[in-house]
Design a protein around this ligand. Structure first.
Ligand SMILES: [Zn+2]
Length: 286
């Protein structure tokens, strides 16, 4: 059995035009350092990962053969998903053959777009008429490279786009090198630099608003991954061996978009005298 619980999914309010959710590590079939609802490859047992992916698809009413994932590379490329991409014979039960990119966009209803992260920021977006959706994986490199602007550009008028920012490492737990802070200050303004850290979600907001998305159309879910390692996978908090949570968005037509009951979003505990070792001085994250 899948063992998903109410806390396994964070439901995103799209106003009913799309199915959208972020996952937590709560529940699921994986064990050891990947324990819980791991959806990524890493070193985990593939059978456990594939069971979790199936459970995710089932939980949101998605067809695994029509769901799309990525081989994520911290870039700004967004792949358009068309009818030629689906169905896929092995569905979600494979680590191979996914497009090499950091974003997905589609106007096909019933095609779930899935991105993975464990400190990086998963981002989901939808047109308010429900006719197109996009998902992006945004680490610091992708943010600076413009992956969010590229994703939103696939959805038409940005004034009619809604966006959800998922669980990610917060500025409470994300010290980075001088070069990365300088890149963020130059790209998103000095306000996104917090001491020796940068704020991924605040930077995403700056990028999205500059791209034309109304500030009030951007919502945040899940809080800081490193502050709540029991609730979310965190690359930094784990020392680098951990699983991956997901963001999923799917256009729907002809029926109301619903996601089963989800727990409330975790609240960042902020830095409490515990700061993960600076083992990635360039700020690298999964
Ligand atoms: Zn934190």
């Amino acid at each position: 059995m899948t063992g998903l619980s109410a806390g396994s999914l964070l439901r995103v309010d799209t106003g009913g035009v799309a199915v959208a959710a972020f996952t937590a590590r709560v529940g699921g079939a994986a064990t050891g350092p990947y324990a819980g609802f791991n959806l990524g490859r890493q070193g985990d047992d593939p059978a456990a990962v594939f069971a979790n992916r199936r459970a995710l698809a089932d939980a949101v009413g998605a067809d695994p053969a029509r769901a799309m994932m990525l081989t994520q590379v911290h870039g700004a490329e967004v792949r358009d998903v068309t009818g030629a991409d689906v169905p896929r014979p092995r569905g979600l039960a494979t680590f191979d053959g996914w497009p090499v990119a950091d974003g997905l966009a589609t106007s096909l209803p019933g095609v779930a777009l899935i991105v993975l992260a464990a400190d990086c920021l998963p981002v989901l977006a939808w047109r308010r008429d429900g006719k197109a959706v996009a998902a992006a994986h945004a680490g610091w490199r992708g943010l600076v490279a413009g992956v969010l602007e590229a994703a939103v550009a696939r959805l038409g008028d940005p004034a009619d786009v809604g966006v959800a920012l998922g669980p990610r490492i917060g500025p409470c737990c994300y010290p980075v090198s001088d070069d990365v802070r300088a890149a963020f200050a130059g790209r998103f303004g000095a306000d996104v630099v917090r001491g020796d850290a940068v704020d991924l979600a605040a930077s995403a907001r700056v990028a999205l608003v500059a791209a034309g998305v109304p500030s009030e159309a951007i919502a945040e879910y899940g809080g800081c991954t490193a502050c709540t390692p029991g609730r979310f996978f965190s690359h930094r908090a784990s020392g680098g061996v951990t699983g991956r949570q997901a963001g999923l968005v799917m256009a729907v037509t002809g029926r109301e978009a619903t996601v089963p009951a989800a727990g409330a979003g975790a609240v960042c505990d902020h830095f409490r005298g515990r700061r993960p070792r600076r083992r990635d001085p360039d700020g690298s994250l999964p």
